[in-house]
Design a protein around this ligand. Sequence first.
Ligand SMILES: Cc1cc2nc3c(=O)[nH]c(=O)nc-3n(C[C@H](O)[C@H](O)[C@H](O)COP(=O)(O)O)c2cc1C
Length: 310
Amino acid sequence: MKIALAPMEGVCDVHLRQVLTAMGGFDYCVTEFIRVSSMLLPEKVFYRDCPELKVGAKTASGVPVHLQLLGSEPTLMAENAARAAELGAPVIDLNFGCPSKCVNKSAGGSYLLQFPEQLFSIVDAVRKAVPAAVPVTAKMRLGFADKSLAIENALALEAGGASWLTVHGRTKLEGYRPPAHWHWIGRINDAVSIPVVANGEIWTKADALACQAESGCERIMLGRGALACPDLASVIKSESAEVMPWSDVKHVFIRYCDLIENTGLPVQVAGRLKQWLAFLQKSYAEAGALLMEVKTLKCPNKISRRVLQS
Ligand SMILES: Cc1cc2nc3c(=O)[nH]c(=O)nc-3n(C[C@H](O)[C@H](O)[C@H](O)COP(=O)(O)O)c2cc1C
């Protein structure tokens, strides 16, 4: 079984990747998307969004970091993918799932799921530009407004040369509304001959097993479930179904506080801490109670002190 940590823009940055992959269970993680819109991006953009490129493209615990690009113009995507590979990205992942309005206005992300031939052109161009040893992969949703092109899109991505597909089991229109349609991921898995990674609504070990059974995919990707329950990947791979108690999770949270302490304005750092508490409250009532208490605090140190005392 392989378990990936999902790309999550604005949330799962280098620091959270470090903290979460240190919990064990993850085979790889994926950067937040790097937007390709009009030019070959300067190296500093790749290093900013994937600082791990400077240390062998692995997190501190040795988990490979795949680099994700989002864009719609094949030549530009190819140029930028080649640059990322030159800088050491071990895998180039292409984003065909982002539902964001501004991304879709510039014809990227899930918008492209309406045009299978364009998906093919992008993957094909990127595949041809990147050394054969570097896999090119794609992350898709089940469709834009409906699922009618789900299989066609997956086949186009495979024909373009994707080494594997990650499928988030919802359309753009379905947003993040449960359920994720794992049986639809299974239909795609049956239609293509490359591996499929199933993604969406895996919050517990039982969800992971149900998703694997329903989709037929051995490989899974965890997004918000890993934010809510930091040792979820490790629990899924272990004999036990017990996740860590809050008394341990709070120390994981403090590790994150220490890592991000000086990475921005105090109010921004405080915002990141509250954001993670908001995800943690899904699994830990303690995090919800703390979030209420620290809601108005703008000083990261005060937040971390309060969490430590809990
Ligand atoms: C805050 C947030 C940011 C996301 N950013 C990205 C991204 O940069 N690239 C991407 O492919 N998917 C992104 N996603 C989608 C996730 O990778 C994943 O497909 C989705 O959350 C469903 O999985 P989950 O139910 O396990 O969270 C994002 C999701 C969230 C919640």
